[in-house]
Design a protein around this ligand. Structure first.
Ligand code: JFZ
Length: 428
């Protein structure tokens, strides 16, 4: 049985992971690009998804705020069309964030978008239908927060708690049953689900989360659904992807990511397009196209996906700063997608000048930042048979030596964030 990169999976992992899920992991590793969506009641205050915590909003006041949430301009088909134009292969949307508000129809609490708001529609149902329509092409994943600032049974409280009016008591086991019941709803009422993106365990890392039974529940309900935990720790049994928040695999500029990088499971990097996950009306610090292409390419250079975030507005529309960048990324992938989709980490790990990706005997050299005409690569472990530019296929002169391969690059073009050189390699 093949592991992630075709290499035999370690005995223990192979026995534990059914073929269907291994296939789903390979699909995920091929996908390389996903759209993250942070959207909820908090979007109304335009100050990001932690506003309830940051402004120490009492439960009663936040519950009132939820009664005014009415995103009448929400159009699931338009969101999926944007995702397709951007070239993403999956969408990961917040079904319930730390504020405890459910963005889907649930029998487990009236504190949900269908029963608590004038909207009375289930945006996750509409999004699932739009993803599955016209032959699909976009898998839908659900972000699910284990941390809850609203639920009375999220007790004992964790690191992020403040006195927001909840009683100082609760039944933890009842909270765990609540989560499993909601996960059952998400995995039985929305068609095929790509997986669950967990977050918030870091609020109480040592609490009895009963992950094994929750993961087993997910894998039982949908054998191909992937468990993606944003716990910033080493992957555990039952987990299918290691995700890094705001960092490339192994880096820890954010301060909370682990330096450990799994070789057994697919990798993902989640990234904000500005500095906020949820809609933030004053956050204008949007990354440039060059920076975003750089993240997508460097992530792929580590063999990781990029999960790029948008924060839709409270009326259900998506701001032009987000849509313009997604359309540009889609146009870029229209030309360079072959050097990203379906690839794995290349023979040369990411460097200051760029990165390499590989598919079979074809190596893609992504030159992101190199001013000089000559670029010296270390030995690639195979002879180079041919070299040419991916865009336009003009031949690229190369010289092989024991020390490696030297490429003669065309001059950089201001509008081109990434000069991609294709190397056709063959055995020595
Ligand atoms: C978490 C969420 O809190 C955030 O709202 C967003 O959903 C992001 C994708 O994931 O971000 C975190 C989690 C933990 C820490 C910081 C940000 N931490 O432990 O410092």
């Amino acid at each position: 049985m093949l592991g992630l990169c075709g290499a035999p999976a370690p005995a223990q992992a192979r026995d534990a992971v059914p073929a269907e899920r291994l296939a789903a992991r390979r699909w995920f590793a091929d996908a390389k690009f996903g759209l993250f969506i942070h959207w909820g009641v908090y979007s109304q205050l335009g100050a990001g998804e932690w506003v309830m915590h940051n402004r120490k909003i009492a439960v009663g006041d936040y519950e009132w705020l939820a009664t005014t949430f009415n995103p009448t301009k929400f159009d699931a088909a338009a969101w999926v069309a944007l995702a397709k134009r951007a070239g993403v292969r999956y969408i990961t949307i917040t079904s319930r964030h730390h504020d405890g508000f459910s963005m889907f129809q649930t029998a487990e609490t009236p504190y949900n978008i269908v029963d608590w708001t004038p909207f009375h529609r289930d945006p996750l149902k509409e999004l699932a239908d739009a993803c599955h329509a016209n032959g699909g092409g976009i898998k839908l994943f659900f972000y699910y927060s284990q941390l809850d600032w609203h639920h009375p049974d999220y007790w004992p409280r964790g690191r992020t708690a403040w006195d927001n009016g909840r009683p100082d008591r609760g039944d933890w086991s009842r909270y765990l049953r609540f989560m499993d019941a909601q996960l059952t709803e998400l995995l039985t009422r929305y068609g095929p689900v790509g997986g669950i993106w967990f977050d918030g365990m870091w609020d109480k890392p040592d609490a009895p989360w009963q992950l094994d039974s929750t993961y087993a529940l997910i894998h039982r309900l949908q054998p191909a659904a992937l468990v993606i935990p944003n716990h910033h720790q080493q992957p555990r049994p039952g987990e299918d992807v290691q995700t890094f928040e705001q960092d490339l695999p192994g880096a820890n500029t954010a301060g909370f990511n682990t330096g450990y990088v799994s070789a057994e499971v697919p990798l993902e990097t989640s990234l904000t397009m500005n500095d906020s996950w949820g809609f933030n009306i004053t956050d204008r610090d949007f990354k440039s196209m060059r920076a975003l292409v750089g993240y997508l390419v460097r992530a792929a250079g580590y063999g990781a996906n990029l999960l790029l975030n948008i924060g839709p507005r409270p009326d259900g529309t998506i701001g032009p700063e987000f849509t313009a960048r997604l359309d540009s990324l889609g146009a870029w992938l229209g030309v360079y997608g072959a050097a990203i989709y379906g690839t794995r980490a290349g023979p040369v790990p990411p460097r200051s000048w760029g990165a390499t990706t590989r598919r079979g005997d074809t190596v893609f050299v992504h030159v992101l930042d190199w001013p000089d005409p000559e670029l010296a690569l270390p030995p690639l472990g195979a002879r180079v048979r041919a070299a040419y530019l991916l865009r336009g296929r003009a031949p690229v002169r190369f010289q092989e030596a024991a020390s490696g391969v030297a490429l003669t690059l065309p001059p950089p073009v201001a509008t081109e964030p990434d000069r991609v050189v294709v190397l056709v390699t063959g055995s020595r």
